[in-house]
Design a protein around this ligand. Sequence first.
Ligand code: UT7
Length: 320
Amino acid sequence: MKILGTGKALPTLSVTNDMLAQFLNTSDTWISTRTGIKERRLLSKEDLIDLSTIASEQAIQDAHLKVSDIDFIICSNVANTYVTPALSCIVQGNINATCPCIDINGACSGFIYALDIAESYLQAKKEIQNILIVCAEEPSRFTNWKERDTSVLFGDGAGAVVVTRGNNLKSINLTTSSKVDALYYQRKLEDTPYEEKNEGNGPLVMQGKDVFKLAVTSSVSDIETVMNKANVKPENIKYFVLHQANIRIIDTIRQQLNLPEEKFPHNIERYGNTSSASIPILLDEMRKDDQLKNGDLLVLSAFGAGFTTGACVIEWSENL
Ligand code: UT7
């Protein structure tokens, strides 16, 4: 497969660290130095469905395709207002598509998992030519806004790509190792006459230090694996586009790989951690800033709740 077009949509409300310090026992200094985050966009007037729809429409337009050219939609999403139907079904209606759709929940690694599914579909089903992947996340809606330890980390947003047939995915590697306690969010289900449960009503629980270490170890290993599989060296890679969770995580991974800062683009300072949307949002910004050129090799790498991880080597190709 190859990426044909990109899109993104972010909430209009920008919330600075100082704004959070007005109601949380935190400070701009703590958040900036420990995470790299300066501000994040949070849903207020819009909702996640609006963002998903806009990002999808942009990616289709950017790919120079019509909605009717889209043969399958994959939406990566952890949680939204609807448990069912899938968010992809709602987006399908909004953009007037008619193709089949499915949601996946790979947490922050969802985009890499979606790329792997898309690649497999393109190989297995000759009737499928173009796939829309939209990663849409609203982590602000499941963190505890009375606690400073998780709420300051996240932002909302949607990023999308359209992929088509091509030979640009050079290697991919996915891993999952069940570590539920490290990072989870539970929703309470309805009581039945046979079962009543009071647990499971959020908010997000995270063992920050454990997640930090898991993120660094797994990402370094994934990146080395996909470069070996693709038979490329770090000097052949133009950019390492990492999940934007914490600038210290990105820096530690970079230092362990012994690579220069300019190969690790980031926008966490403006958007916080937008879960699976972070890589497609960053790709869209880089593309629109003219940073990506035909033939550039990129490593994408993400990690998240599960614990899931995924990385790939992909060759950028402009849709000329
Ligand atoms: O997409 C994947 C999802 N999650 C992640 O990637 C997160 C991975 N983990 C991290 O990024 C970091 O572990 C955090 C940013 C969450 C925390 O950074 P840390 O350097 O591991 O800090 P810590 O948890 O060890 O906390 C240090 C201190 C504590 O105070 P004491 O015990 O030293 O007095 C915390 O209570 O900082 C305190 N603290 C805060 N202070 C001000 C925790 N959160 C805040 C806050 N503002 N927001």
